[in-house]
Write a protein that binds this ligand. Structure first.
Ligand code: PBG
Ligand code: ZN
Length: 331
C-alpha cells in the first residue's frame, strides 16, 4: 500500500473499549480476594486507623455487622487480626482471639472462610513476633514456635478455617501442621507468610494493632523478616514452608515484589497469595485524597499487575470494593 506509510500494527487492538476488553489479558474476579479485619478487645466504639481510610478497627459486636456487610458486597474470605488488651513477655492467654473466632463462626458458619493471623506481636509487651532472650536482645526460635503452635491449635479448635503464621520463625509450619493433625484438624489449612520482607510499608498496620517492636535491645524485625534485596532467601523460605506443609504461599508486600511473585509462581504448584499491605493501601488513599490519582482505578491497576505477575489471590484492604469496582471497570 503506497499511500499507507505507517500501517497500524498494535494500536488496532486498542482502538475501542470492546477491543481493549477482549485483549486485556486475564480478568480479575472478586472471588480471589481476601479482606483483612481488625478486632480489638474492650473497644467501646469502632475506631479509625491513620492512613487506612475506609477501614475500621472493630469491636466484638461491630465485627459481625462488618462481616455481614462484606458478604453483601460479595466478599466471604477474611484474614482476622485480633488485638488483645493485655500484653506479656511470654504470652499464654489467647482467650480473646478464641472467643471472637467462636462468635464469628457460630454466627456465619460456612458462609465465610476465616483465616487467622497467627503471630505474637500483638501479644508481647515488646512488640516482637516471638519471645525474647533474657537480655532482650534476640528473638528465641524454638520457644516462640512452641507458643505459636499452641495458639494455632486453639484458633483451629475455636473454628478457624485457616491459620496464617506471620511470625517468620523457622520450623513453624511443620510444628503447626503436626499440632493440627494430632487433633484431627486436617481440614484446617495453612496460609504461610513465606516471603515476608522487612518493610517500611507495615506502618499503618502496626498503628492499628499497637504492634511496633519496642524492645530497647532490638528495635526492628531484621533477624527474622527477609532482607528486601534477597530474592533467593524469599524463594528458599517459600520452598521450605511448602515442604513443611503450607497450602498457600504469600508474598508481602506485593507491589514492589512482583519479581518474587513471578518467580515463586514458577517454582511452586501451590497457590501464590499477594498481600497488598497497609502502607501500600495508604499510599493510594493519600494520593487519591490529594487528587493526584483516582482511587478506584489505582487499586484496580495494582491488582491487575499482581495477577499478571502470577498471584492467584490478593489480600487487599479494599477487597470489599472488588466486586463493584471490577464490574464497573472501564476498558
Ligand atoms: C504481624 C503482621 C504484620 C502484618 C501482617 N501481620 C506486621 C509486621 O510484621 O510488622 C503487616 C500487614 C500490613 O501492613 O498490612 N506479624
Ligand atoms: Zn508479628
Amino acid at each position: 500500500m503506497e499511500n499507507i506509510k505507517y500501517p497500524l500494527t498494535e494500536r488496532r487492538q486498542r482502538s475501542s473499549s470492546a477491543m481493549r476488553e477482549l485483549s486485556a489479558g486475564r480478568h480479575l474476579s472478586h472471588r480471589a480476594f481476601i479482606q483483612p479485619l481488625f478486632v480489638e478487645e474492650n473497644l467501646l466504639q469502632p475506631r479509625e486507623v491513620n492512613g487506612l481510610d475506609h477501614v475500621l478497627v472493630e469491636n466484638e459486636n461491630s465485627i459481625l455487622f462488618s462481616i455481614e456487610a462484606d458478604i453483601h458486597r460479595g466478599i466471604n474470605k477474611f484474614l482476622l487480626f485480633p488485638v488483645p488488651v493485655t500484653r506479656a513477655e511470654r504470652p499464654s492467654d489467647f482467650s480473646f482471639a478464641i472467643s471472637i473466632v467462636k462468635k464469628i463462626k457460630e454466627h456465619f458458619g460456612d458462609d465465610i472462610w476465616l483465616a487467622l493471623d497467627c503471630c505474637l506481636c500483638s501479644y508481647t509487651t515488646h512488640g516482637h513476633c516471638g519471645i525474647l532472650n533474657d537480655e532482650g536482645t534476640g528473638v528465641l526460635n524454638n520457644p516462640s514456635v512452641e507458643i505459636l503452635s499452641q495458639y494455632a491449635l486453639q484458633l483451629a479448635l475455636a473454628g478457624a478455617d485457616c491459620i496464617a503464621p506471620s511470625d517468620m520463625m523457622d520450623g513453624r509450619i511443620a510444628a503447626i501442621r503436626n499440632k493440627l493433625d494430632a487433633f484431627s484438624l486436617d481440614a484446617v489449612s495453612i496460609l504461610s507468610y513465606s516471603a515476608k520482607f522487612s518493610s517500611q510499608w507495615y506502618g499503618p498496620f502496626r498503628d492499628a494493632c499497637h504492634s511496633s517492636p519496642n524492645a530497647t535491645g532490638l528495635r526492628d524485625r531484621k533477624t527474622y523478616q527477609l532482607p528486601v534485596s534477597d530474592a533467593e532467601a524469599a524463594l528458599s523460605a517459600a520452598a521450605r514452608d511448602e515442604q513443611e506443609g503450607a497450602d498457600m504461599l504469600m508474598v508481602k508486600p506485593a507491589g514492589h515484589f512482583t519479581d518474587i511473585i513471578y518467580r515463586l509462581k514458577q517454582q511452586t504448584k501451590k497457590p501464590v497469595v499477594a498481600y497488598h499491605v497497609s502502607g501500600e493501601y495508604a499510599t493510594i488513599e493519600l494520593l487519591a485524597k490529594q487528587g493526584l490519582l483516582q482511587r478506584e482505578q489505582a487499586h484496580i491497576e495494582i491488582w491487575a499487575s499482581l495477577q499478571r505477575a502470577g498471584a492467584d489471590s490478593i489480600i487487599s484492604y479494599a477487597a470489599r470494593e472488588a466486586r463493584q469496582w471490577i464490574e464497573n471497570r472501564a476498558y
